[in-house]
Design a protein around this ligand. Structure first.
Ligand code: MTE
Length: 323
C-alpha cells in the first residue's frame, strides 16, 4: 500500500487493481466498437477461426526447403503456459485470450517511447512469408510459414540510443487465462535478446502464419520468432518491448538457470542437463498430438541450420558456457 493512500485513510481494497481497471476499459472500448450489440465478450477474444491476412504478402528469400508442418499440427500442438501446460491446452483455451484492443508499450532507451496500437506497429511494414525451421528445447521441431516482418524495422522506427544494449519483451497477463492462476513460471512471461540479435534480419515479429492471422494458441496478435534459438525465446502475445542497458531476466532462466541460459542457441553439441539435443522429432505434415511420439527423428543442426547467417554474432564466445 502506498504511503499517500495510508495518509489519506484509503484501504487498498478500495483501489481498483490496475489490471482490472485496464480490462474493464478494454471491454468498454470493445463494446463501443461492437456497436453495443451484446457480442462484447466474443468481439474481444482471440480468433478461433481462420481470418486471411489483409493485403499483399511478399515471399521472402528465407525459405527452409523441408516439408511444411500442417496448419493443424502448428495450431494444435503448442506451448503457451499461460493457457496450460498440456500441448492441447493452448488450442482448448485460446478463446479466453482477449486480443482486442491490443497495444504494445515501447519504452526504455529510445527516442520514441509510447503506447502503440497493433495497427501502429504493423501497418508501416510490408508483410512477408518466411519459411523457418523452429526447434523446441523439448527436441521436436516444425517447419512454419510465418507472416510478418523483421523486428529490426520496428526498432529503427523508435530510434534506440547507445545505452540500449538489450531488448526485453513481456507477454500479456490476463487473470482469466487458466495457466496464470498457477505459478509454473513467473508471470509475465519474459524474454530478451542482445541488441545485435534483435537487429538481425532473421528475427521476426509475426502476426500470422499460412496467410492467416495468428490464432490465440500461436501467440495472437503479435509474437516474436527467432529461428536459430530454442522455441521458448519466441515469446507470444507481446505487450511490452523495452530497450535496456543490462541483460534482462527471462522466465525460463529464472525458473531453472542451470537448464535454460540467456542465449539459448540451438546446439546439438550441448546437451540439456536431462536429455540430449543431438536429434529432434520433425513434426511434418499432420504429425501433431500422439503422432508426435512416433514421427521420424532428424539430426539437429548447429544454430538450427542458420549458422551461415548468425554464427558471426557469437564469435569468440564459449558456447558451452554462454548457452
Ligand atoms: N510465450 C509465452 N508467452 N508463453 C509460453 O509458454 N512458450 C514458448 C514459446 N513462447 C511460451 C511462449 C515455447 S516453450 C515454445 S516451444 C514456443 O512458444 C511454441 O510456439 P508454438 O506453440 O507457436 O509452436
Amino acid at each position: 500500500m502506498r504511503d499517500w493512500m495510508k495518509m489519506a485513510g484509503i484501504r487498498s481494497s478500495e483501489i481498483t487493481d490496475q489490471r482490472v481497471f485496464q480490462k474493464r476499459r478494454q471491454l468498454l472500448q470493445a463494446s463501443v466498437a461492437a456497436g453495443m450489440t451484446g457480442l462484447i465478450a466474443g468481439s474481444a477474444q482471440a480468433k478461433s477461426e481462420s481470418v486471411p491476412i489483409n493485403g499483399t504478402i511478399i515471399k521472402s528469400p528465407y525459405r527452409a526447403e523441408e516439408e511444411l508442418s500442417s496448419k493443424k499440427t502448428i495450431t494444435t500442438y503448442n506451448n503457451f503456459y499461460e493457457l496450460g501446460t498440456d500441448k492441447g491446452d493452448p488450442e482448448r483455451y485460446a478463446n479466453r485470450l482477449e486480443t482486442k484492443p491490443w497495444s504494445v508499450v515501447i519504452d526504455g532507451e529510445c527516442a520514441k517511447p509510447g503506447t502503440y496500437t497493433l495497427e501502429d506497429i504493423i501497418k508501416p511494414h510490408p508483410i512477408e512469408e518466411r519459411i523457418y525451421r523452429m526447434r523446441c528445447v523439448e527436441a521436436w521441431s516444425m517447419v512454419i510459414p510465418w507472416n510478418g516482418f523483421s523486428l529490426a524495422d520496428l526498432i529503427k522506427r523508435v530510434e534506440p540510443n547507445s545505452k540500449a544494449k538489450y531488448v526485453a519483451f513481456e507477454t500479456v497477463v490476463q487473470d482469466d487465462l487458466p495457466g496464470i492462476r498457477r505459478s509454473v513460471l513467473e508471470w509475465p512471461y519474459r524474454e530478451g535478446l542482445r541488441m545485435d540479435e534483435a537487429m538481425h534480419p532473421l528475427t521476426m515479429l509475426s502476426m500470422g502464419l499460412y496467410g492467416e492471422e495468428l490464432l490465440g494458441q500461436n501467440g495472437a496478435p503479435l509474437r516474436l520468432v527467432v529461428p536459430w534459438k530454442y522455441g521458448y525465446k519466441s515469446i507470444k502475445s507481446v505487450v511490452r518491448i523495452s530497450f535496456v542497458e543490462s541483460q534482462p531476466d527471462t522466465s525460463w532462466n529464472l525458473s531453472a538457470p542451470g537448464e535454460y541460459g540467456f542465449f539459448s542457441n540451438v546446439n546439438p553439441d550441448r546437451s540439456h542437463p536431462r536429455w540430449s539435443q543431438a536429434k529432434e522429432r520433425r513434426l511434418s505434415g499432420d504429425a501433431g498430438g500422439l503422432a508426435a511420439l512416433f514421427s521420424s527423428k532428424v539430426e539437429t543442426r548447429f544454430m538450427n541450420g542458420y549458422a551461415d547467417e548468425v554464427a558471426s554474432l557469437y564469435e569468440g564466445m564459449d558456447l558451452q558456457k554462454f548457452h
